[in-house]
Write a protein that binds this ligand. Structure first.
Ligand SMILES: NC(=O)c1ccc[n+]([C@@H]2O[C@H](COP(=O)([O-])OP(=O)(O)OC[C@H]3O[C@@H](n4cnc5c(N)ncnc54)[C@H](OP(=O)(O)O)[C@@H]3O)[C@@H](O)[C@H]2O)c1
Length: 337
């Protein structure tokens, strides 16, 4: 008989109330996988989208779900067992991972649970400088920034565009980070600074102090000042929001500059950008243990910080999703397992 564990499962799509904390079979690692005893699970926008049945996506992208499913992609915990052929990790190692993304986009990666199986190639030793709560906030947001700004790390087709995403040189450049207070944004500010850029952070006023501490050279409160009145000749505008009116930002980017869209759905400014000579590009983040291992060094060297907005016990995943839906997140939301 299968051993059991606690997990948060979906038996139907819907609001936060469909997240049910209950017993579920404990998974066993297949060849090439590790079984992780989850200590914390990070929350990301795709978790909410999956819970909701991906209603925001075009119909052909929506999941054909087979319930029950366990959402959640970001974990930090200890290796409890290793599957056949795994030599890079041992039981007891403290690891973190973005689990099966986007491979399990439609069925859930299983992180909202006491145990989850993770392909060994997707995991890395977690930073010693971070406890599990903070480490669980890292994977998806960090890898998103890394793949947009540093290295894509794979040659898989890009679901958002026919061409490969190209990073731009950042040293000495002016980079605007829109949505700078959120999970992706607060890491983008730090990584752009680490690369030598001058960073203009755009967020609501509550994030001002934090973003200054994280190294932003300028802070713009978009609720008080239209960004268009304060930015000129940006080399790169990284939108980490998915704002519907991003076309307004194109004239703020210098000809030959770039607009990176972390959430490209609904963007309608392609022609305007092309006319100005602005490169518009996006990508979908992918699991990548090697890139997380590089990030581990940056956290341990004190170059990066991970900020927690708030944390909730696994059993209160519904409350965590309600918090996420209220928006204005500062850093990350995390479940304590
Ligand atoms: N392409 C990919 O593979 C990928 C990967 C990860 C995430 N994403 C997408 O990237 C987006 C951000 O993800 P996340 O995890 O960072 O979300 P998040 O933690 O919720 O952060 C979003 C931030 O945007 C700010 N914001 C909201 N409206 C704004 C506006 N009009 N102007 C400027 N800032 C605004 C919010 O706070 P304030 O309003 O208080 O400033 C919040 O801090 C989501 O749309 C997500 O789906 C895409």
């Amino acid at each position: 008989m299968n051993e059991m564990m606690k997990a948060v499962r979906l038996h139907a799509f819907g609001g936060p109330e469909v997240l049910v904390h209950e017993d579920a079979p404990r998974p066993t690692p297949a060849a090439g996988e590790i079984l992780v005893r989850v200590r914390a699970a990070g929350i990301n926008p795709p978790d909410l989208m999956l819970r909701d049945g991906y209603r925001a996506l075009p119909p052909e992208w929506r999941p054909n779900a087979s319930f029950p499913l366990i959402p959640g992609t970001d974990v930090s915990g200890e290796v409890a067992a290793v599957g056949a052929g795994v030599s890079r990790f041992r039981a007891g190692d403290e690891v973190y991972a973005l689990v099966r993304f986007p491979a399990a986009l439609m069925e859930g990666s299983g992180a909202y649970a006491e145990y989850v199986c993770v392909p060994a190639t997707e995991a890395a030793l977690k930073p010693n400088a971070l406890d599990h709560l903070h480490a669980a906030g890292v994977p998806m947001s960090l890898l998103t920034v890394w793949q947009f700004l540093i290295d894509q790390g794979h040659d898989e087709p890009n679901p958002f565009q026919a061409f490969r995403h190209r990073q731009v040189a950042l040293a000495g450049k002016t980079v605007v980070v829109n949505g700078a207070g959120g999970g992706v944004g607060h890491l983008a500010v730090q990584i752009a600074k680490w690369q030598g850029a001058r960073v203009i952070a755009v967020a609501s006023g509550r994030h001002r102090e934090l973003l200054r501490e994280l190294g932003a050279d300028e802070f713009l409160d978009y609720t008080q000042t239209p960004v268009a009145t304060r930015v000129r000749d940006a080399d790169l505008f990284l939108d980490a929001v998915g704002s519907p009116d991003l076309e307004r930002c194109i004239p703020l980017i210098r000809p030959g500059g770039a607009l990176f869209l972390v959430n490209p759905l609904g963007f309608a400014g392609q022609a305007q950008a092309a006319a100005r000579g602005v490169q518009v590009s996006s990508l979908q983040v992918r699991s990548h243990g090697g890139q997380l291992a590089e990030a581990t060094r940056l956290f341990d060297d004190g170059i990066l910080r991970l900020v927690i907005d708030s944390s909730y016990p696994l059993a209160d995943a519904a409350a965590a999703h309600q918090r996420a839906e209220r928006g204005s997140i500062q850093g990350k939301l995390v479940l304590r397992v």
